[in-house]
Design a protein around this ligand. Structure first.
Ligand SMILES: [Fe+2]
Ligand SMILES: [Fe+2]
Length: 423
């Protein structure tokens, strides 16, 4: 360190860089949702040969753990080097100077976990956002003043140089950050704090806090599922406990109507209060009971009862009885709705949802925008959703999320026999 004003930012940049640098051969998918629980931050990372974690650094409060899935890394703690192979785990205690590198010919793939995650996911999100929005130089480094502001905003999460006390590094960052703020730099360039706080405080209307430790998304380049959808098929959401037998497909009648016989097991619940802007939904209870809230009014539908949900009417339903509810559901027009349902059920089947069947915020940002013509959730408020999804969508896209996935989209990818039913 030669001068205080020069070296600290350079260090910061190198460290920040190391997290997202294509140049260092690192591609990391961070489980950003985990920040809400404050428990564990998990990232799946692939590092190309020659890549690595940059210079030695310290996480003041976090243990960092590398579980190697494929290939191997050289882990370093202080002066010692350790070869860590697939199936093995490399654990770095809090405040220990460390880094890693990939020196073999093969890429290494591993899961990194930070405990406690604190606000590390948010910190990562800011870095990725900066990279995504061109706030980096030719080497992918963010501006020193931006780094100083982040160091001040994330004192527990920041990556500190091993040889200089963290308190001193913070002291150096302080005047730089003050200067930076006068020049318009902010600690929240991605604008995530508002929506994140709002989600943490209100929930997304559905998700329970602490059950959000789920990662990633289906492979967007996995082969499409081209099996034609046939009446009589059972579609199941293992998380929300909804089961639907397809009765009629939209392309089999002139109204574009989709009909399914839904079995809602005891405790089954739709994902949250919602409306459909452009379609009609009809429920006819065949067996059991369905508790329904329509436009704020609650009622219990029993066998023989039916309910027509007009476009634009807020509604919610669940089964609070002790027996299954069997309900005929008609949606018109239903094609887009069916595509959404198969996407959500598919995500649930593959484990990409929380305990209420809600996808991660990153997934939701894309899927909710895609299907806003079909369904709108009441909570959080529309403006919060707009801000949140707007901020998260580019991050989600960058991480490989898609609104829908070919492997889950038979509605759009598979052939459509039209002869199976009449009007
Ligand atoms: Fe680290
Ligand atoms: Fe609905």
């Amino acid at each position: 360190m030669t001068t205080s004003t020069g070296s600290t930012p350079k260090f910061m940049l190198e460290e920040l860089n190391a997290l997202s640098a294509e140049g260092l051969g690192i591609h990391s998918v961070v489980d950003i949702e985990a920040s809400a629980s404050g428990e564990i931050l998990r990232a799946e990372t692939v590092v190309q040969p020659g890549g690595g974690g940059g210079p030695l650094h310290r996480h003041r409060f976090q243990e960092e753990r590398f579980a190697i899935l494929e290939g191997e890394i050289i882990g370093r703690i202080g002066g010692s080097r350790l070869r860590v192979r697939a199936g093995e785990t490399f654990v770095v205690p809090p405040d220990a100077p460390h880094t890693f590198s990939v020196e073999a010919d093969q890429p290494a793939r591993f899961i990194t976990e930070f405990r406690p995650g604190l606000r590390l996911a948010e910190f990562f999100a800011q870095l990725f956002w900066l990279a995504d929005h061109g706030h980096v130089d030719a080497k992918g480094r963010i501006h020193p003043l931006q780094a100083a502001v982040l160091a001040r905003a994330f004192p527990r999460e920041f990556f500190y140089l091993p040889t200089i006390p963290a308190a001193l590094q913070q002291a150096i960052a302080r005047p730089l950050a003050a200067l930076a703020r006068r020049r318009g730099y902010t600690a929240d360039p991605a604008g995530l704090a508002g929506p994140a706080a709002s989600v943490a405080a209100q929930g997304n209307g559905n998700a329970a806090r602490g059950d959000d430790r789920r990662v990633s998304h289906p492979d967007p380049s996995a082969p499409a599922d081209r099996r034609a959808i046939e009446p009589g098929e059972l579609w199941e959401n293992p998380v929300t406990r909804e089961r639907a037998v397809i009765v009629e497909l939209p392309w089999q009648n002139s109204e574009g109507r989709a009909v399914a016989e839904l079995t809602a097991l005891p405790g089954a619940r739709v994902m949250g209060e919602h409306l459909h802007a452009g379609l009609h939904e009809r429920f006819s209870v065949l067996d059991g009971e369905l508790t329904m809230v329509r436009d704020g009014r609650r009622s219990v539908l029993r066998a023989g009862d039916s309910a027509h949900i007009e476009p634009g009417v807020w509604h919610d339903w669940w089964n609070e009885a002790e027996a299954d509810a069997v309900v005929r559901v008609e949606i018109a027009p239903g094609e887009r709705f069916v595509h959404m349902i198969e996407t959500l059920f598919g995500l649930a089947r593959e484990g990409h949802v929380n305990s209420k069947g809600m996808p991660s915020p990153l997934q939701l940002a894309l899927t909710a925008q895609e299907f806003s013509d079909v369904i709108v959730f009441r909570k959080p408020s529309r403006w919060v959703q707009r801000i949140m999804f707007g901020a998260l969508a580019p991050i989600a896209t960058r991480r490989g999320y898609r609104a829908t996935y070919p492997s889950l989209s038979r509605t759009t990818m598979a052939p459509r026999p039209t002869h199976a039913a009449s009007g």
